[in-house]
Design a protein around this ligand. Structure first.
Ligand code: ZN
Length: 351
């Protein structure tokens, strides 16, 4: 099978499009998701009963702090809710969303197709496997070849019987420490990336050295590093020397947690989640170092409390607030356009 028949195109849930149609893009988000795999108890054990409460104005402050402890917060898969949220994105000038909801996160191609049809937003759907914690036991027992077949079918034929095709491989989940099964999933993903020409988007473990470890591993497997996106850079790398070293490998760096306000970070309490003011400084540093052609931006919305309906910033946050803030900080328009339009366009174009 000639896997590379879509070279030069961008694959969306409605079929292939010309890269010129990509426009403003959030390069890592979840339009619908089932994220219960990360559910954990709140820091204050006297609040455990709140885990079962539906989100309301009265408990929203609690949910914002303990966002991974609210069951209601970790799942949204309603088509009409998604359409309303994306209509705000569209009104702000958004054209494309990369939805890296893949195996383990409740991916639903038919819903994404309906949402794209009704909003006019291009949706690029993910393939491959999220972290091991989100998979059923034994998911990798049949080895790399089996995992590869699943991924390449999602790319070439479409997910299941839907004929709806993935346009990116990711987010490929890696924990810290990196598990053996996750390495098998990565190997299968790299094989699919090489045979299809699709970009490979990675969720690294929460350690500053995780991205470099992964880059070395996939480089040895023959991945095209210029067609690789290292995700969650803003919650992973705090030391600017390591950031520089990671950028020098040539991969795209995704600062993909804009708007995620979580100074106490329940998934990694030993570290912290930077705020948008620190993300801006990272962007300015990377621009100063000459990496403006490999910076990508996104929100990684994966909980209800970040949707507008539940008091959150919504999918338009980058366009309505961060872009004006960057202009105010004197980041040149031509560089902002690269980060919002041209770099995503280049990244999504099938090689
Ligand atoms: Zn994500």
């Amino acid at each position: 099978m000639n896997s590379k028949k879509n070279t030069g195109k961008v694959m969306t849930v409605l079929g292939s499009i010309d890269p010129s149609e990509v426009g403003n893009t959030s390069t890592h988000d979840h339009i619908i998701i089932e994220f219960e795999a990360i559910l954990n108890e709140p820091l204050n054990k006297s609040e455990i009963k709140m885990m079962d409460e539906k989100i309301s104005l009265e408990n929203l402050g609690w949910v914002r702090f303990n966002w991974s402890s609210s069951k209601d917060n970790l799942k949204y898969n309603d088509v009409n809710l998604a359409i309303n949220e994306l209509n705000h994105y569209k009104a702000a000038g958004g054209k494309t969303i990369v939805d890296v909801t893949n195996i383990g996160l409740g991916r639903n191609p038919e819903k994404l197709k309906e949402i794209s049809n009704k909003t006019g937003i291009n949706i690029v759907m993910g393939a491959g496997y999220y972290v091991e914690l989100a998979q059923h036991k034994g998911y990798a027992k049949d080895g790399v070849e089996f995992l590869y077949e699943t991924i390449i079918n999602d790319i070439n034929l479409g997910v299941g019987q839907t004929n709806i095709k993935s346009g990116i491989i990711g987010e490929v989940g890696c924990s810290w420490p990196w598990t053996n099964n996750e390495k098998l999933s990565m190997e299968a993903s790299v094989l699919a990336h090489k045979s299809s020409g699709l970009p490979l988007l990675i969720h690294p473990g929460r350690n500053q050295f995780a991205p470099l470890e992964i880059i070395k591993y996939i480089d040895d497997l023959g991945a095209d590093l210029k067609n690789v996106v290292l995700g969650h850079i803003d919650r992973t790398i705090f030391d600017f020397e390591i950031l520089n070293e990671t950028a020098e490998t040539g991969v795209f760096l995704n600062l993909d947690l804009w708007g995620h306000d979580s100074p106490f970070y329940p998934l990694a309490p030993e570290t912290y989640m930077p705020g948008d003011h620190e993300r801006i400084k990272m962007v300015e540093f990377l621009i100063d170092q000459g990496f403006e052609d490999t910076i990508l931006l996104a929100h990684d919305i994966c909980t209800k409390h970040r949707l507008k309906k539940f008091g959150g910033h919504g999918f338009d946050h980058l366009l309505t607030r961060v872009v004006p803030w960057m202009k105010n900080r004197k980041i040149e328009d031509k560089i902002i356009n690269k980060m919002m339009i041209q770099n995503p366009q280049k990244m999504l174009t099938i090689k």
